[in-house]
Design a binder for this molecule. Structure first.
Ligand SMILES: [Cu+2]
Length: 260
């Protein structure tokens, strides 16, 4: 199921992008300058659409460099979970009880766009592109229901400034509404009509708020199978799984420095 799904998506990737005006980040006329100092943010990821999932996200913004870490549990297994930072709207998560246009009143991605806005950053794995055009690059999103994600991403200045301002919202997608164990059903996605709406409906949402808390220095809970869902295990070789996240952050930063 997973392979077939990914292959179909790869084939459809190019045309589907054209059909995604709602996801495109608006061009900013006069980009503001991101703060030079480091801002730390945190989001509690709450379930939408009774997804059964939960999670936490941490972010650090320094200039236009954004380090992100996600811990997610309880979503549909063996299925890709697109994940993004959305910016815009009221920079908030929708009321989980809002009635959407999906099956049985499920909230579809576009139903809540007034709340969380559009995709600003695609939280893909490995070296995959991270702009809004890659919002459905499903081959490069986590593929299990529980996973740990970590990546440092260069973002445009206006995006960094808004994130540092506490205006980012993390949204994780993919909900098995009917409990069949796969993305299926009659209703197609509001983002890509070739996909079931289950594949793109929002499952988790959390507002990235400025935090005084340090990102966990002793390492987040990277128990047993927490990395199984990563498409690219190389992502973790930098030490994220064993060393603390703070150490991993420094490692990533120094590697970046070496390369430049
Ligand atoms: Cu999204």
């Amino acid at each position: 199921m997973r392979k077939k799904f990914s292959t179909a998506l790869a084939v459809l990737a190019a045309p589907s992008l054209v059909a995604l005006p709602l996801l495109a980040a608006p061009a900013m006329a006069a980009p503001t300058t991101a703060d030079d100092h480091q801002t730390e943010l945190m989001a509690t990821l709450d379930e939408l659409n009774d997804s059964g999932g939960s999670g936490t996200a941490w972010a650090k913004v320094e200039g236009t460099s954004v380090w992100l870490s996600l811990e997610v549990q309880g979503l549909l297994d063996d299925a890709p979970h697109a994940q993004h930072i959305h910016i815009g709207g009221t920079n908030s998560c929708p009321d989980p009880s809002m009635k959407g246009s999906g099956p049985g009143g499920a909230i579809r991605t576009t139903d809540a766009v007034d709340s969380y806005g559009m995709v600003a950053v695609s939280l893909t794995t490995g070296e995959a592109m991270t702009d809004a055009d890659h919002a459905l690059d499903v081959a490069h999103f986590p593929g299990t229901g529980s996973y740990t994600y970590e990546r440092t991403i260069e973002v445009p200045e206006d995006v960094a400034a808004q994130l540092a301002d506490g205006k980012g919202v993390v949204v994780v997608h993919g909900v098995d509404h009917d409990g069949s164990g796969a993305y299926d059903g009659d209703q197609m996605s509001d983002l890509d009509p070739s996909l079931p709406t289950e594949a793109t409906d929002p499952a988790l949402c959390g507002e990235l708020v400025v935090s005084q808390m340090q990102a966990p220095a002793g390492g987040v809970q990277t128990g047993g199978g927490s990395t199984e869902g990563m498409e690219d295990l190389g992502l973790l070789v930098g030490g994220g799984a064993l060393a603390g996240l703070g150490v991993a952050f420094l490692a990533v930063r120094s590697r970046r420095t070496d390369e430049s």
